[in-house]
Ligand binder design. Sequence first.
Ligand SMILES: Nc1ncnc2c1ncn2[C@@H]1O[C@H](COP(=O)(O)OP(=O)(O)O)[C@@H](O)[C@H]1O
Ligand SMILES: [Mg+2]
Length: 235
Amino acid sequence: MTTSIQEESSQTRLVLRATDVWKSYDDGAISVLKGVNFEAIQGQTVALCGPSGCGKSTLLHLLGGLDEPDRGHISVNGVELHRHRSRLHLLRHEIGFVFQMHNLIPDLTLEENCLIPTVAAGVDRQTARARLKLLTDSTGLSHRLHNRIQKLSGGERQRTALCRALMNSPRILLADEPTGSLDEGTSTTVFQLLLDIAATEGVTLVMATHDRALAEQCDRLVEMHDGRIREPESI
Ligand SMILES: Nc1ncnc2c1ncn2[C@@H]1O[C@H](COP(=O)(O)OP(=O)(O)O)[C@@H](O)[C@H]1O
Ligand SMILES: [Mg+2]
């Protein structure tokens, strides 16, 4: 009896799960993921490591519903992705993405960029602005609200991308080499901010990186090798 209750409670805390996931490109010519199994629990920070080309971005895209596996299952908050009533709903409300090259719109201001996902999600203007104030305060960007992205430094752009990803208060944040385009000092600052915000908001963070020093600051480090994931104990 006790065991089943414990099992149930650990199940409910499981926010991301990939089971025997396979993915190839070019009609199978490039086989990238070969039976990936992965789990993340609520509030955990996980570094997804491995050399360039090993499939980190591919896996993040599948976990976030941006692409579909050839085989296997992905579930978010216990719901299988392909059964999810609306993947768009999932992307707008439950998952935030931070990309290596920020993917912001250069001609728009910081504020405009960050409000876009809230409009898509139907959040009222006042709530969205209050959220943006909180996020820009905590990332040190409040004085940049009305600046166009093209006027911002690399670090400021990545901090903006972080704000945008968090605007709809997702429970899961997927970050693909979020500091990969920054110099070492700026990279450390942005990464620390990412960890602080993840902790404050209780979000589950899965971050692809090939920076070992950053990875080791996460709760867990998993390594992609030969199309699969290995935890340090099994390496
Ligand atoms: N859309 C695509 N079409 C064809 N090949 C791709 C595509 N996306 C990624 N690949 C290939 O899949 C492999 C894994 O890529 P990726 O997931 O981006 O790795 P990582 O993020 O670890 O650098 C690489 O060999 C890459 O060239
Ligand atoms: Mg990548």
